[in-house]
Design a protein around this ligand. Structure first.
Ligand SMILES: [Zn+2]
Length: 388
């Protein structure tokens, strides 16, 4: 089956000669008679049901400049089309521009003719994204079933590429969506996904725009170069591959753009970094290896990133028992910090439930989570010691 994307048709083109059959409950024709809106295999118009909230939403979307999503036409002859998907939306628009229903605008019901001239103009000039498909009846029907089961089989970035099509997207796709690009393999160590499903382009845009992909694409739509996009992406990748000389599977798909922004002005010794990566990868206490990189970049401070395996219950119970027996023999508190304090708790024996396990030698300084590095502290003292 052949498909091609059309972005030239406006609401007024598609609604040209729109006919709505009240009796059959169907939008019949558009595009100056060239388009059949509801062919036999389509359900009837349902957007007017339930008080018409859905058809009103279609019109409000147009007024706000939101895209209506993809519409699929089946080309059935020279300049003859049927709507494969999108008939409800087209019928909503057609019914509205022929004054079949009103929307609520500023608290008042307004038909199309009742809108201000600029609002009418905005609706009429809204462009629709239309895929024209050509194929045999069985291909079309099979495909139609698929899009109705799986929804529109497009990724968000593919949709954005269609919405903001122009010289910028063309150039950007040449660079980031081209599986023949020799850099793809290198990038693939840090970025998840595939070139032809737009995952690299999406990441590059996400990084340079700090998450504002749509507005970035809109602002650069007519640019004839992609220098900024390309340079920024390369800066991030070069930085990661310089700081971390080891290429590890857990690096793929991390938020490298954010990490670059946060840490690229700090200096790192790649040899030390590599030693640290290997040590942490070898540690049985690190549960989250994906956190190793940010942990190192942040100067080995935030061990939450590593989801460090803590002391198990058996270790805590045995340390508690030993500590408590010794404290009772000495007549001091079984919390070593309470015991040396000046408060009323100097001699207090806490229950196990009132205490927490603490690393004597901080985990971040190489202390492990074994019994000999474990001490039980009362909850207050353990909290005060904080995350070391
Ligand atoms: Zn204490």
């Amino acid at each position: 089956m052949k498909t091609s994307l059309r972005t030239d048709l406006t609401v007024s083109d598609v609604c040209d000669g729109f006919v709505y059959n009240q009796l059959e409950g169907k939008g019949l024709f558009g595009l100056g008679g060239k388009l059949t809106i509801q062919p036999e295999y389509q359900r009837n118009y349902i957007y007017a049901e339930g008080g018409g909230k859905r058809e009103e939403a279609v019109i409000h979307s147009l007024l706000k400049g939101y895209p209506l999503g993809l519409i699929y036409f089946n080309k059935v002859g020279t300049d003859k089309f049927e709507v494969l998907d999108g008939q409800q939306r087209i019928t909503s628009v057609g019914r509205f521009v022929t004054n079949k229903f009103a929307i609520t605008d500023d608290g008042n019901p307004k038909t199309f003719d009742g809108l201000a001239a600029d609002q009418r103009d905005k609706i009429c000039k809204s462009k629709l994204l239309i895929y024209e498909c050509e194929g045999t009846e069985s291909q079309i029907k099979q495909w139609f079933e698929t899009i109705n089961i799986a929804g529109v089989p497009l990724k968000p970035q593919e949709l954005l590429n269609a919405i903001y099509s122009g010289p910028f997207v063309t150039k950007a796709k040449e660079e980031f969506s081209n599986s023949q690009n020799a850099n793809i393999q290198k990038w693939g160590a840090y970025v998840k996904g595939s070139a032809n499903r737009q995952d690299f382009l999406e990441r590059a845009l996400d990084w340079v725009s700090k998450g504002e992909i749509g507005s970035y694409m809109s602002a650069h739509r007519n640019d004839t170069n992609i220098d900024e996009l390309k340079n920024y992406f390369n800066s991030v990748i070069d930085w990661v591959s310089t700081v971390f000389t080891d290429v590890l599977p857990e690096m793929k798909g991390l938020e490298w753009g954010r990490l670059y922004e946060q840490y690229h002005s700090k200096s790192y010794d790649p040899a030390n970094v590599s030693t640290e990566v290997k040590r942490l990868y070898g540690s049985p206490y690190v549960k989250n290896r994906r956190g190793v990189f940010e942990y190192i970049l942040g100067g080995l401070q935030d061990s939450k990133l590593l989801d460090v395996r803590v002391f198990d219950d058996a270790t805590k119970q045995s340390v508690y028992a030993t500590q408590t027996a010794a404290a009772q023999a000495n007549g001091t508190s079984n919390c070593p910090l309470c015991a040396v304090g000046h408060a009323a708790n100097q001699g207090k024996i806490w229950n196990l439930a009132e205490m927490d396990a603490d690393h004597v030698s901080a985990w971040s300084k190489g202390g492990d989570s074994s019994a000999k590095n474990c001490q039980m502290l009362c909850v207050t003292h353990n909290r005060a010691k904080g995350n070391r």
